[in-house]
Design a protein around this ligand. Sequence first.
Ligand code: NDP
Length: 344
Amino acid sequence: MAGGLRAQAAGGRKLGVALVGLGGYATGQLAPALKLTEHCRLAGVVTGDAAKGRRWASEHGFPESNIWHYDTMHQMADNPDIDIVYVVTPNALHAEHCIKAAEAGKHVTSEKPFTVSVAEADAVIAKCREMGVKLSIGYRLHFEPHHEVLRELARTQKFGRFMKQQGNFSFVMRGMQWRAQHALAGGGPLMDLGVYVIQEACMAAGGVAPVAVTARQLPKERPDFFQDVEESIEWTMEFPGGEVCEAACSYNGRGNQFRAEAANGWFEVQPAFGYGGIRAQTSEGPVDVPNLPQQALQMDDFARCVKEDRVSKVSGEMGRRDMVILEGIYAAMNSGERVAITGA
Ligand code: NDP
């Protein structure tokens, strides 16, 4: 069915969402958020654990026929309950699962980072185009009011251009998990956490990508744990208007903030990147906007994009842009050279 017809068929009903990968984020954030959404609802799952799937069906009130395995996702094509497939598996599996969802004729949301390479991002975008389905990325902070203030300040240039920016997102990772394995994560904290700082800096620069990056991996304090991914990284992004962002992220540190300074004022958000409790200030005082349920707003927005046949503001192209930047930062880290960002 062409995109427009599909949108008409969706009508006023709540669209059915299938979550793919029932781990921490799907369980702790997305499923609860789907109880708050107006335009979509949880209607199925894809999981490697059939018993967990049955528990979810019982708890969330969908039929057991709406439980699939990663190998049987293609069977969703015959199931009209599912309109949107939301991929929440480890990073290196996003492309495969997004492509399977699109091949089943379903609209797709991929968690961040979109994929683990630009080539994979291109493949997902091409498949979604071929199948006439919409694609979005789980960039929840685009639906968060404090970050909306930053985007608005960047757009109006009320304080001038944010020439000097600084951001850090770090935590101490404990326990052995896929995030420390290159094969599943595609990288270390840069892939997982750095993408938030990249997003923020692009917002502060007015929605554009950097033109060049430099980067430095910090010595590992736990080399046994972080065998094939970086533990900590610092990098610099230079934007077309001359803005510069000094950024850092780590799996062995603390940080959750972003600051942007212009000639006539500044904006700072701290804590910056959480699911709630976000606080921001400008040179004029505290930013007085509420914390809202980011994931519910994000998923409702995508459901409305499907219903109204619109492109998401957190599009596949935006996810691809960030993959270009991430690849550039890793190239800079590995070479020690300043790397030009092209084709973002
Ligand atoms: P978890 O490890 O908690 O869950 C991942 C799930 O993926 C597993 O529970 C499993 O589900 C499924 N899975 C399929 N294949 C594998 C495999 N080979 N190894 C491990 N798990 C597998 O991860 P998170 O939920 O924390 O993260 C998932 C994705 O969501 C990541 O891409 C991450 O970046 C993103 N994320 C985004 C956040 C945001 O704020 N936007 C916050 C947290 C994560 P099952 O048992 O059902 O098969």
